[in-house]
Structure formats: structure tokens, C-alpha cells
Ligand binder design. Structure first.
Ligand SMILES: Cc1cc2nc3c(=O)[nH]c(=O)nc-3n(C[C@H](O)[C@H](O)[C@H](O)COP(=O)(O)O)c2cc1C
Length: 183
């Protein structure tokens, strides 16, 4: 197995990060992998928002938790009340992916997310996809953040790639059998 396939098969998501930043140089390499993800009709409509400022990361985490509580409160109020304060698991660095709306923007943005997580893993950096970027960037605060960055196109939040170094080891996910068919 070559190194790339090994990295792809061994990646695992992190659920507890050390309270330390990764470097801007590391972020830039991870971002380069994200930017090079394929996109439908080469639209390249996914936009990457790098967040290394502690206050900004905390704000996004709070907005994410708020979105989760709002969604959960409709179906499971107890789960909403018990939702963790920091859905980013203590990560200090985040790349938010949003995508300009188009024919394939969710697929395109998801591939960017995959590239980010796999590139990070290949560099010895842990990550996790945190959801609800759609709801966060549809909120008033989320829209303000986009406007502040000069992102005026109609975009949809795809995901938050939270990054850092694992504070504790996570076992490799068990891969469900019987998911491959040969015709
Ligand atoms: C579309 C998507 C949304 C996810 N959302 C969350 C999330 O909101 N919170 C979280 O803790 N993990 C989230 N995850 C991470 C998954 O829980 C994780 O990938 C899964 O448990 C498999 O673990 P592995 O990545 O180590 O194989 C998400 C993953 C994907 C692909």
C-alpha cells in the first residue's frame, strides 16, 4: 500500500484537541490540498475561511452549539439541553468551508472538506468535520461574518474542519461490511 492510500485508510476523526494552535504554514499546506479538490464543471466555488483567532473560533463554536440546540429542541429537548458547550472539541484552528450555490456546490464543498481532513492527517494533524455550517452561515451573526470578509455571493455553509493535535487516542472506526458490489 502506498503512503497516500495508507493515509486515506488510516485517518480517524478527533474528539478531543490539545489547547494548542497548529502553525500558519501547516494551515496553508492543508488549504492548498482543499483548493485542489475537483469540482463540477471546474466551478471552484468552494471558499475557505481560515480561523486561528481564539475569539473568532469561540464565536463560531458558540454559533454552532446554538444551531444544534435549536435543531435538537424540536425533536429532543433533553438532548438540546445537554448539548456540549464546545462542539469543536477544544480545537484552536478551524477552516470553515462555504460554497457558492450552483449545480454541484454541496458535492464540491464536501470534496474540499475531505481533502482538508486527509491532508491534515498525512501531516500528523488531527481533524474532524463539524456540521451545521449551513445553519451557522444562515444566521444573522454568520451573515455578518461573511459580509465582513467581503463574501457577497449566495453561499451555503458546508462544514467546519476543526484542526489540531489529539489530546487522547481514538480507536479506528469499524468499517461496516457488505458495502461493495461487483457487477
Ligand atoms: C457530513 C459529516 C458531518 C459530521 N458532523 C459531525 C458533527 O457535527 N460533530 C461531530 O462530532 N462529528 C461529526 N462528523 C464526524 C463523524 O462523526 C465521523 O467522521 C464518524 O464518526 C466516523 O469517524 P472517522 O472519521 O474517525 O472514521 C461528521 C462527519 C461528516 C462526514
Amino acid at each position: 500500500m502506498n503512503e497516500t492510500v495508507k493515509n486515506l485508510t488510516e485517518r480517524k476523526s478527533c474528539a478531543a484537541f490539545k489547547p494548542e494552535h497548529i502553525s500558519r504554514e501547516e494551515i496553508d499546506e492543508i488549504v492548498a490540498a482543499g483548493l485542489n479538490a475537483p469540482s463540477g464543471m471546474n466551478a471552484q466555488g468552494a471558499l475557505l475561511i481560515v480561523v486561528q483567532d481564539d475569539e473568532a473560533v469561540a464565536e463560531l463554536s458558540e454559533l454552532n452549539a446554538k444551531a444544534a440546540r435549536e435543531m435538537l429542541s424540536k425533536v429532543n429537548p433533553a438532548a438540546a439541553a445537554g448539548f456540549p458547550a464546545d462542539p469543536f472539541y477544544g480545537a484552536k484552528d478551524v477552516i470553515a468551508v462555504v460554497a457558492k450555490k450552483g449545480a454541484t456546490h454541496i458535492y464540491d464543498g464536501s470534496l474540499v472538506m475531505g481533502n482538508l481532513m486527509n491532508a491534515a492527517w498525512s501531516m500528523g494533524i488531527d481533524s474532524r468535520w463539524i456540521h451545521r455550517a449551513k445553519e451557522v452561515f444562515e444566521s444573522e451573526k454568520g451573515k455578518e461574518i461573511l459580509a465582513k470578509l467581503g463574501i457577497n455571493d449566495e453561499v451555503e455553509g458546508i462544514g467546519f474542519c476543526v484542526l489540531g493535535h489529539a489530546a487522547k487516542e481514538k480507536p479506528k472506526t469499524e468499517i461496516k461490511p457488505n458495502r461493495v458490489f461487483y457487477l
